[in-house]
Design a protein around this ligand. Structure first.
Ligand SMILES: C[S@@+](CC[C@H](N)C(=O)[O-])C[C@H]1O[C@@H](n2cnc3c(N)ncnc32)[C@H](O)[C@@H]1O
Length: 252
């Protein structure tokens, strides 16, 4: 491989993207995958220098979340932020909690679709805060947001992770790179419509942004068909690079 290098701490976004381009054209082996990961981490630090998503979640929990739902728990890095006294429900078919939890956890080892199908009635309008971080695929995330609206307390909020991809290469519907947001941004686009009875904003949180839905009237959900049509509309959009995609999302 020809030497193309950049200082990860001081290199500009343009320089980092140039090296990323170069690496993406190499045959993928462990070394290339690891270098790509470092470039993507550096890009994420450049794009979101001020706020870490876990700090954002932690501030919410400290302000007093009583009933919390997290879809996609993995090792519990985010679930561990739920405070003592918080009733926290975690959903993940393959969770493997590696941290002590201070909250009162109930864990469901299942896919989000199964959880919402089996337990939506039990948890109707139950949660103050819902964090969606399961499968990083647009249609699945759109379904998760749609179902989450039915278990959200009036006045509650939903945060969906990975909606501001730092590179088009990490925004593929199936995982091609270690740092992977998937095409979740398309689900955020689907809900970010000025005619919907929803308030929303993008949060510039490291490493890949959050989409926040808040002040929601739980009786006024956009139709599922309309949401899926908007996901399809987003998936047909073409962007030359991540800068264009991010500008588009920030302009919504
Ligand atoms: C990025 S990790 C979650 C990280 C965690 N929220 C955190 O902040 O540390 C994604 C997790 O989603 C889970 N997952 C994948 N598909 C899912 C689905 N359809 N429903 C629920 N969880 C899913 C995976 O098993 C994985 O553990």
């Amino acid at each position: 491989m020809n030497q193309v290098s950049v200082n990860l701490k001081t290199g500009s976004k343009a320089e980092l993207r140039m090296v990323e381009d170069h690496l993406l054209r190499q045959p993928r082996n462990k070394d290339v995958a690891a270098k790509l990961m470092r470039i993507h981490e550096a890009l994420a630090t450049r794009e979101f220098p001020d706020l870490e998503y876990k700090n954002y979640l932690s501030t919410k929990h400290k302000a007093g979340v009583r009933d919390y739902l997290e879809v996609g728990v993995r090792w519990g890095d985010a679930l561990m932020l739920a405070a003592p006294g918080c009733k926290a429900v975690g959903v993940d078919p393959a969770f493997d909690i590696k941290h002590p939890l201070e909250c009162e956890p109930t864990l469901y080892g299942m896919l989000s679709d199964d959880f919402f199908f089996e337990h939506s009635e039990r948890y109707a309008q139950a949660f103050d805060l819902i964090f969606l971080d399961g499968l990083h695929e647009a249609r699945q995330t759109a379904k998760d947001i749609y179902h989450a609206l039915s278990v959200l307390k009036p006045g509650g909020e939903i945060l969906s992770h990975d909606v501001l991809p730092i590179s088009l290469a990490v925004a593929t519907p199936t995982q091609q790179t270690r740092f992977w947001t998937g095409n979740v941004w398309q689900a955020a686009y689907a809900f970010a419509h000025k005619d919907f009875p929803l308030k929303w904003e993008f949060i510039e949180a490291h490493p890949s942004g959050l989409f926040r839905l808040y002040d929601i009237d739980p009786d006024c959900r956009p139709s599922r068909q309309l949401i899926m049509e908007r996901v399809a509309e987003a998936s047909a959009m073409k962007f030359n690079d991540a800068g264009e995609l991010l500008d588009f999302l920030r302009s919504l």
